[in-house]
Design a protein around this ligand. Structure first.
Ligand SMILES: *[C@@H]1O[C@H](CO)[C@@H](O)[C@H](O)[C@H]1NC(C)=O
Ligand SMILES: *[C@@H]1O[C@H](CO)[C@@H](O)[C@H](O)[C@H]1NC(C)=O
Ligand SMILES: *[C@@H]1O[C@H](CO)[C@@H](O)[C@H](O)[C@H]1NC(C)=O
Ligand SMILES: [Zn+2]
Length: 491
């Protein structure tokens, strides 16, 4: 397999041949563009380093190339089409999960790693059955087939059985049967029950997560931990809100725990691991045009990048690659004043809920001034600004617009853009230099999993053959039920 991969490399075969890693860590900052990084860096610099603008964030140091992201039916991609490209190596249409435009399943790099005897993980802050994690372990026509994606991800209805050894994120309600309280499934499949009977340790809250003892305790693979099912989209909390509420693990904690677990499960074996980590909510804050949350989710991504770089220095048989799926929000920093974001302690999402649930007898103006404006960094709003906020048909829109104006940033859209995105990579020593050569320049997103495939010596096309071995009607049959679509942006 490896020798044919070398021969197949039409360019720089010596360089490609040199990248051989035992483990791959793949990090997706969903919806992250170049302006996201600048905005986060300048804010972090002010807060942590007293305005020393010579400081870098971790991702700055690891930029290696650029990636183009188009989908087959639109120059602006969504996470599903882009994910299908960077997980499986094939272009598809927006909403497609792990299939080509003719509805044929294609194997992912995670599935290829699993079938080669490696351990695998998906660690995200969205729901675990959201498009980006979905493309690694499920194959459906439409990303909104949330029930079916969850069923495939845990192995219940995946033709090849359980493919993922660690699943951490939000979306708990999709794993409970309809008859159980807190379920959001339309059927009576008990996926937590299925997981338990297939050897998974199941966690549903922060204290159960803490019992993992950072992956160093008694609990071993496989495990699934889902920590949220409130909120409109069942995501995990924004980092700003999580820090204050303290009831969910952070992305960094989940990463640390997963890497320890994967390392323990593989370090004395020949076969290593593949893990996909997603800083999912950079994108959601972009859709919401919420500048402070966008920056803080991006700062968390950089903390993960820093942790992983140190991890690789200590475990040089591991490489990291990282690229967004697309930019989101069309963010520009046309008069950026990061100090305006310094006092923001809550997300737009959280404050909209607080506003919606205000006591029925409460004085709106007073409530806005005391409960909403201070945590959104707008304590010094003028009377005229408060009047505008109170008259707005959508308070959330008006809040982010006022904060963005004060911070001197502009959003050109509440959706994605077609801009190219940064490609990052890291490996220790000589391999680091070789990886830089491989990643340098401009890539189509479909090339990215092929680089991982070569590095690990696994075979995605073999997975595709297996997925199609007994016909492919299962992809089409298990389509989503349109009545179940909640009102949401195309993330
Ligand atoms: C957390 O989940 C465990 C089961 O895993 C349960 O026993 C415990 O009561 C839960 N704790 C909270 C605070 O809900
Ligand atoms: C962009 O930001 C500037 C400065 O805050 C503001 O004056 C302008 O109206 C904004 N433009 C758009 C299109 O929002
Ligand atoms: C295909 O069907 C055969 C016969 O039922 C079964 O043994 C095999 O496991 C199936 N393979 C896949 C990949 O579904
Ligand atoms: Zn999005």
């Amino acid at each position: 397999m490896r020798s044919s991969a070398i021969i197949a490399g039409a360019f720089a075969p010596a360089v490609l041949a040199a990248i051989q890693a035992k483990n791959v860590i793949y990090i997706v900052p969903d919806g992250y563009g170049q302006a996201s990084q600048t905005m986060a860096r300048d804010l972090a610099t002010l807060v942590d380093h007293a305005g020393d603008v010579t400081r870098e964030l971790a991702a700055d140091d690891m930029v290696r190339g650029l990636v183009r992201t188009w989908a087959t039916n639109n120059l602006i991609t969504d996470s599903a089409a882009s994910g299908t490209a960077f997980a499986c190596g094939f272009k598809s249409y927006n909403n497609a999960v792990g299939i080509t435009p003719d509805f044929q399943p294609v194997g992912s790099i995670l599935e290829a790693a699993k079938l080669a005897g490696m351990k695998t993980g998906l660690v995200v802050t969205s729901t675990i059955n959201h498009a980006t994690p979905a493309v690694y372990a499920s194959h459906v026509k439409h990303r909104n087939s949330y029930d079916e994606i969850a069923s495939q991800e845990i192995g219940y209805s995946h033709p090849l059985g359980p493919m993922v050894d660690i699943l951490l994120g939000g979306g708990r309600c999709y794993f409970k049967p309809k008859s159980e309280s807190g379920s959001c499934r339309k059927d009576d499949k008990d996926l937590f029950g299925f997981a338990k009977s297939h050897g998974f340790h199941v966690m549903q809250n922060r204290s159960a997560f803490d019992a993992l003892e950072k992956g160093l305790g008694k609990i071993r693979l496989p495990y699934i931990g889902l920590f949220n099912d409130d909120g409109i989209l069942d995501q995990m909390k924004y980092e700003l809100d999580r820090v204050l509420d303290g009831d969910e693990p952070s992305l960094l904690e989940m990463v640390e725990t997963s890497l320890n677990s994967l390392h323990r499960a593989t370090h004395c074996k020949k076969k290593g691991y593949f893990i996909m980590i997603e800083a999912s909510r950079i994108d959601h804050a972009g859709h919401a045009n919420d500048p402070a949350s966008h920056a803080h989710e991006t700062i968390m991504y950089n903390k993960v990048m820093d942790y992983v770089r140190k991890w690789i220095d200590a475990h040089p048989d591991t490489i990291m690659m990282s690229a967004a799926d697309h930019e989101c929000g069309g963010l520009t920093l046309n008069g950026y004043r990061p100090l305006a974001l310094k006092d923001v302690t809550r997300s737009r999402e959280h404050l909209e809920t607080v506003w919606k649930n205000r006591p029925s007898g409460a004085d709106s103006r007073q409530f806005l001034v005391s409960e909403i404006l201070p945590p959104f960094g707008l304590a010094s709003a003028t009377d005229a600004e408060i009047n505008t906020l109170l008259q707005a048909s959508n308070l959330g829109n008006e809040l982010v617009s006022l904060l963005s104006k004060k911070a001197g940033v502009n959003w050109s859209t509440g959706g994605h853009t077609a801009s190219d995105i940064n490609l990052h990579g890291y490996a220790a020593g000589e391999m680091g230099k070789e990886l830089s050569l491989v990643l340098s320049g401009h890539h189509d997103n479909t090339e990215l999993p092929r680089i991982v495939e070569k590095a690990l010596g696994v075979d995605m096309d073999a997975v595709t053959k297996l997925l199609r071995a007994n016909g492919t009607n299962w992809v089409v049959k298990r389509d989503f039920d349109e009545t179940h679509i909640v009102d949401e942006h195309n993330h």
